[in-house]
Design a protein around this ligand. Structure first.
Ligand code: NAP
Length: 247
């Protein structure tokens, strides 16, 4: 019996990378997991991976930046599985550019997906979770939201905003037994970090105490913990998973 046995969970950005690993981990711990993203083929593959390990999964195609699509996701999980115990807001994008060259579209799209997307899902999930007098919300931020990064003013603002929003959600919904926390990954080995050159990677490793990038499973384990009863008294917190980069 896993720590999430009998629970249901929504994971956004579950088609690949960190989100896919989180979906697999929550399913391995016994949750029925609704995987959300925009790429249907990859979503289907993620659900197949969950089922091949004996877990329960389904998928919903949605652009999280669109409120109606986010609402439809929560309606689906409640209709199909009767409740929503866990929401993991992991969907995220980068549109990097130096501040002076950053286009309005680059700023807007990152804020729409990373920050408004999480808001859309939290607003949609609040009612069923409040009714159930319980729920776990985990938002995937980034160390960039804590310390900034050149070329990522938009991304840093969205991720810092996510941390602040999470604390407000924790205060607003805490009396109903709902927790809200953020996880701040450092550099994790995914498509997002594969864009870096070997030279850039070498420089980054020099500032990471553990001397390497993290694995997607390093993040997924922390999310599973925050989603479990073991974390019932943890809310409004920001857990950094960066191999000792920002301490
Ligand atoms: P990734 O491999 O690029 O995956 C991003 C996921 O988000 C995909 O599943 C993508 O699915 C989904 N997505 C993007 N836009 C979406 C939208 N509008 N609606 C719904 N889903 C959308 O990224 P990752 O590296 O796994 O990162 C996952 C999260 O961790 C992000 O929030 C990222 O900012 C954060 N993070 C990553 C790192 C790192 O080192 N990798 C470090 C710190 C924080 P589709 O393309 O199918 O829509």
């Amino acid at each position: 019996m896993g720590v999430l046995s009998g629970k249901t969970a929504v994971v956004t950005g579950a088609s690949r990378g960190i989100g896919r690993e989180i979906a697999l981990k929550l399913a391995e711990e016994g949750a029925a997991v609704l995987c959300v993203a925009t790429n249907e083929a990859l979503l289907r593959e993620a659900v197949t991976a969950i089922e091949s390990k004996g877990g329960k999964g389904a998928y919903a195609i949605a652009d999280v930046s669109k409120a109606t699509e986010a609402e439809a996701v929560i309606e689906k999980i409640v209709k199909d599985w009767g409740k929503v115990d866990v929401l993991v807001n992991n969907a995220g994008i980068t549109r990097d550019n130096l501040l002076m060259r950053m286009k309005d579209e680059e700023w807007d799209r990152v804020m729409e997906v990373n920050l408004k997307g999480a808001f859309n899902l939290i607003r949609a999930v609040a009612r069923p979770m409040m009714k159930a007098r319980g729920g776990k919300i985990v938002n995937i931020s980034s160390v960039v939201g804590l310390i900034g990064n050149p070329g990522q003013a938009n991304y840093a603002a969205s991720k810092g905003g996510l941390i602040a929003m999470t604390k407000s959600v924790a205060r607003e919904l805490g009396s109903r037994g709902i927790t809200a926390n953020t996880v701040c990954p450092g550099f994790i080995d995914t498509e997002m970090t594969q864009k870096l050159t070997e030279e850039q990677k070498k420089m980054l490793f020099a500032n990471i105490a553990l001397g390497r990038f993290g694995k997607t499973s390093d993040v997924a384990g922390v999310v599973a913990f925050l989603a479990s009863a073991a974390a019932d008294y943890i809310t409004g917190q920001d857990i950094v998973v960066d191999g000792g980069m920002t301490m």
